[in-house]
Design a protein around this ligand. Structure first.
Ligand code: ATP
Ligand code: MG
Length: 543
């Protein structure tokens, strides 16, 4: 972001130049009611990067003003995901810690004749608000005296009313062209246990009232949020001013990030988790940061993807391919390159001496010798990918093994398929082949050209492994109900082999399985049962 210009950066620059601010303070304000998704990454990166560029700082503030849906599990997960992305908040705050101050500020409004307790039902309040063409109707409680309102509000706070019996409303303008200004509700009664405050409170501030006060209390200078809050800005400013907050933050909106065929809504993602459609919030199919981490996406890839989408005043929708290519770009240099056979077919090299074997020493990455090297075993028994063999060459593009044809094995020899074995069901279960000892590591090329180069894993030393292969979590048919769009084929599990060299792989280690794709070791992988998640297929897939 340092080298990019954007409209928020310009505003901040001007505010520093004019002396309006000497230090920039931003905040990321998630509601702890779910895990963070890739849309939140735009907000996080914008908040943290902008403050950083100008030598300021960013707070993480949990917007925990709604006691019913919030949970400490989410509190922990959110902090962890932000750190994983590479950011350290200067302070971690909870909006609920400001409840006393907010209560006090609401009293200021009442005392100024700018708030009143309304006993109308929620339905009446909503229907008497009017619409864009019709002004709202004043509540019969709008002109109640200040003393009465102070007494009622106190009674609300002390549990003297039932849930829904009354609310506190700001007294602004029932005819305002901005619907948000038509006497919005600022406090409601909720008898629920709050994750931090317990049962201390039975009145809870509404978002529109709470948020500007939270920002002002913390001395946030630029309160960055997504576009849907644009119409709320006049109300934001009204609350800061009328509650007489000493510091005035400025709200600036930016466009939301959407990704094609991906639903970025905590409510929907939570439903998938609760209905057991996915394994959890960190299921590698989920567009959550924890899901992406588990799948093998790197924070660097996510950051460069977000920055490449730019920042503007309009919502943007980008294709998944943009995110995937950022992941590939990052992993291309970082991931060790090894061989894995995901769907194995046995090959016996009949002219290779039985009981013997050899090793080829090869670098883990052709451009990065510093990643070290490993020994690749070779013998009479190997596995190749099932789809790398056909009885007959189906077309010219088929650069793999077929009966009578010859291919090169990466790092090893040319082999020619001479026969196959079938099981009782008529499936091919083994290929018999011969090798040419003169062709070690491609040296036979001047003599003849093999029909492509394929990967393999030596059978006696290859390590069994599970591979989780992913397809999009949602079907593209947008006419369906969200839940019905869940793609039941989004996970397929394969059992194959990896090179012995990575048998001690650790959770989150990343590899390029040659010709197959990028993979990451799953969180549940153990030494006795290796599990790899497909992060992203290779761009130039041979398939
Ligand atoms: P969801 O709709 O998924 O529940 P939310 O906006 O309600 O998301 P919050 O916890 O309130 O979730 O979000 C914290 C911050 O992240 C807000 O400032 C919000 O504007 C921002 N944010 C959420 N989704 C996106 C998105 N897709 N693009 C950009 N910013 C986003
Ligand atoms: Mg929200």
């Amino acid at each position: 972001m340092e080298n990019q210009s954007n409209f928020i950066k310009t505003i901040i620059e001007n505010d520093l130049h004019s002396g309006k601010h000497t230090e920039i303070v931003t905040r990321f304000p998630p509601e702890p009611n779910g895990f963070l998704h890739i849309g939140h990454a735009r907000a996080i990166i914008t908040d943290f990067e902008l403050a950083k560029i100008f030598g300021g700082y960013t707070n993480l503030r949990y917007d925990d003003t709604n006691p019913e849906k919030e949970d400490d599990v989410y509190v922990r997960a959110i902090a962890q995901d932000i750190r994983w992305l590479g950011y350290e908040p200067k302070n971690i705050f909870f909006a609920s810690d400001y409840f006393d101050e907010m209560y006090h500020r609401a009293m200021i409004l009442i005392k100024k004749g700018l708030a009143y307790v309304d006993f109308q039902s929620a339905e009446i309040i909503s229907s008497s608000r009017g619409d864009v063409t019709t002004p709202g109707v004043n509540s019969p409680y709008r002109e109640t005296t200040i003393d009465e309102n102070l007494a009622w509000f106190e009674k609300m706070k002390n549990g003297g009313f039932k849930e829904g019996e009354c609310v506190l409303r700001a007294k602004i303008d029932m005819a305002s062209p901005n619907m948000n200004m038509r006497d919005p509700v600022i406090y409601r009664i909720v008898y629920a246990e709050h994750h931090r405050q317990g049962k201390k409170w039975v009145i809870y501030p509404m978002y529109d009232f709470a948020h500007p006060l939270e920002d002002a209390i913390e001395g946030v200078t630029h309160s960055l949020c997504s576009l849907e809050f644009e119409d709320h800005r006049p109300l934001y400013d009204w609350f800061v001013k009328e509650t007489e907050m000493p510091k005035q933050p400025r709200q600036i909106e930016f466009g939301r990030l959407n990704i094609e065929n991906t639903v970025l809504s905590k409510r929907f993602l939570r439903a998938l988790v609760e209905e057991g459609k996915v394994k959890g919030w960190d299921d590698p199919r989920m567009p959550t940061l924890s899901g992406m981490r588990r799948r093998g996406y790197t924070p660097e890839a996510i950051r460069s993807f977000i920055l490449s989408t730019g920042l503007s005043k309009i919502n943007s929708t980008v294709g998944v391919d943009m995110l995937e290519s950022a992941v590939r770009n990052d992993l291309s240099d970082k991931a060790k390159r090894v061989m894995a056979v995901i769907d194995p077919l046995k090959v016996t090299i009949t002219n290779y001496p039985e009981g013997q074997g050899e090793y080829f020493e090869e670098d883990f990455h052709k451009d990065h010798p510093e990643y070290g090297s490993r020994k690749i075993p070779f013998s009479r028994n190997i596995y190749i990918e099932k789809e790398d063999f056909a009885l007959e060459k189906p077309n010219k593009k088929f650069k793999r093994l077929y009966l009578g044809g010859e291919v090169r094995l990466f790092y090893a020899y040319f082999i020619q398929a001479i026969d196959v074995k079938y099981n009782d069901q008529g499936d091919i279960i083994e290929v018999l082949a011969t090798y040419d000892p003169k062709t070690r590591s491609g040296s036979g090329f001047d003599e003849r050209k093999p029909n492509g180069t394929i990967h393999f894993v030596e059978a006696t030393q290859g390590v069994p492994a599970q591979f989780n292969i992913y397809k999009p979590m949602l079907n593209e048919d947008e006419s369906l109900d969200l839940m019905d769009r869940f793609n039941k084929d989004s996970l397929s599990i394969k059992h194959g082999f990896v090179e012995q060299a990575i048998s001690k792989t650790k959770v989150q280690d990343k590899y390029q399985f040659m010709r197959m794709g990028y993979y990451a070791t799953d969180d549940d992988s153990t030494a006795n049962h290796l599990v790899f998640n497909e992060t992203v297929p290779l761009k130039t897939s041979y398939k």
